[in-house]
Design a protein around this ligand. Structure first.
Ligand code: PLP
Length: 436
């Protein structure tokens, strides 16, 4: 088990007496890997430092936002300048339109955009908007895709629920669940069949642009395009959830890597994580006629006290301005390098596995080399027990991985040779631990 970190132990004891499970987001509790979560006190470039003064190479990157690495000087400068002007005005500010214009330039299918504060809020609003626009009730989602913790989308939702082996959440009414059709991922025939029966009442299909919350799963060639075609044929909308992939897998997100070339467009997209550069901002955007259904122009209500917060907007503008095509090439290359080293260490230790990849996102799945992972059933059938010893060996060696096998590994533009070498050095022992 992990090296002793007495200050984190003490902080966790205190946190548990004050907060459910001692955390504000479940996966942080290390539930599926065991041991005491490390309490972090600072972050710089590719490194995190915990309350005991131990430094880790970070492969979580705040679950995605830290594309440039932590505390990038230009982002901090923009944030400091914004803070000096005031924290929140409750009125429109110039940077909201600046960030919107950047998003629109990068992802031209976004004709209008609305800023919100979390990815959950973005998908929740997208779902309400789709229902309002189509005047239909049903939403199709895929098992293993996570879209945030809105009631109707918590069934078979991957991520923290997969980590905790929960099928869904208590507190979601049967009525809310009944308005969600959950289908197997990568199965267009199942989508066709659902539309054949319920086509007149399906408001939208929502899908992660590439799933990364059941581990990473590559969409089959033509899958997203097929969703676009089927929804269009039936007068439903396609909501492409790019909260995790957007501005991380490429300059124009995962759609930019695939849909743009294939010539299809989602009706709505959701963004989060990188768009706020580490500050609480997310967004939804898409077709102007659909987006204009939002209040104040349209009948679908949505609002937020802190929406478009000026400090968060400054962080987003600075981050996206620095996230050039070169940044993505760099992160792509590092990702290939790391997944190859990981695979080779596991091969040497005789651990059966597959590397699951979508753009620069990847994860490892144990015991899956024969067929890989294409859907949630495949993801759940893997040798989950191998991850905890692997994780703790890496942590002991100073590498901070996601504390769940069902999450992607995140790299950044700040992962230089020194950081990468520390990860490479840690892999053989961790692979051996996974083999036992
Ligand atoms: N959608 C996807 C694809 C996500 O990965 C997440 C979070 O991980 C969300 C939505 C929810 O975002 P948030 O945690 O900001 O509410």
């Amino acid at each position: 088990m992990t090296s002793h970190t007495p200050v984190s132990d003490e902080l966790f004891d205190r946190a548990r007496s004050l907060m459910p499970g001692g955390v504000n987001s479940p996966v942080r509790a290390f539930g599926s890997v065991g041991g005491t979560p490390k309490f972090m006190v600072s972050a710089q470039g590719p490194y995190l430092t915990d309350a005991d003064g131990r430094e880790y190479v970070d492969l979580v990157c705040s679950w995605g936002p830290a594309l440039l690495g932590h505390a990038h000087p230009a982002v901090l400068k923009a944030v400091h300048a914004a803070v000096d002007r005031g924290l929140s005005f409750g009125a429109s500010t110039p940077d909201e339109a600046n960030l919107a214009a950047i998003v629109k330039e990068r992802v031209p299918v976004v004709e209008r955009i609305r800023m919100v504060s979390t990815g959950t809020e973005a998908t929740m609003t997208a779902v309400r908007l789709a229902r309002g626009f189509t005047d239909r009730n049903l939403i199709v989602k895929f098992a293993g895709c996570y879209h945030g913790h809105l009631d109707g989308l918590l069934a078979a939702a991957g991520s923290g629920l997969a980590t905790m082996a929960l099928p869904g959440s208590a507190g979601v009414t049967a009525a809310a669940a009944a308005e969600t059709l959950v289908l197997p991922y990568n199965d267009l025939a199942a989508v066709e069949a659902a539309f054949a029966v319920h086509g007149n009442n399906i408001a939208a299909v929502i899908t992660e642009a590439a799933p990364a919350n059941m581990g990473v799963v590559t969409p089959n060639e033509g899958f997203n395009e097929g969703l676009s075609r089927i929804t269009r044929e039936h007068g439903a909308l396609l909501i492409l959830d790019e909260v995790l992939t957007g501005f991380r897998t490429g300059y124009a997100g995962y759609w930019g890597l695939t849909g743009r070339q294939e010539g299809w467009a989602p009706d709505l997209l959701t963004f989060g994580k990188v768009i706020g550069g580490g500050m609480p901002t997310a967004a939804l955007g898409g077709r102007a006629d659909v987006m204009d259904y939002l209040a104040p122009l349209g009948p679908v209500y949505q609002a937020g006290t802190l929406s478009g917060n000026p400090v968060a907007m400054a962080a987003g503008v600075a981050t996206l301005t620095l996230a050039t095509p070169e940044v993505y090439s760099y992160v792509d290359a590092r990702s290939l390098e790391l997944s190859a080293a990981l695979s080779s260490a596991l091969d040497t230790a005789g651990v059966d596995h597959s590397i699951q990849r979508a753009g620069n996102l990847f994860s490892v799945a144990f015991g899956t080399s024969a067929n890989g992972v294409h859907n949630y059933a495949d993801a759940q059938a893997q040798d989950v027990f191998r991850y905890a010893p692997f994780f703790h060996s890496m942590l002991d060696s100073g590498v901070y991985l996601p504390p769940s096998v069902f999450e992607a590994w995140f790299l950044s533009a700040a992962h230089d040779d020194a950081a990468m070498n520390r990860i490479f050095d840690a892999l053989p022992a961790a692979a051996k631990a996974a083999a036992e």
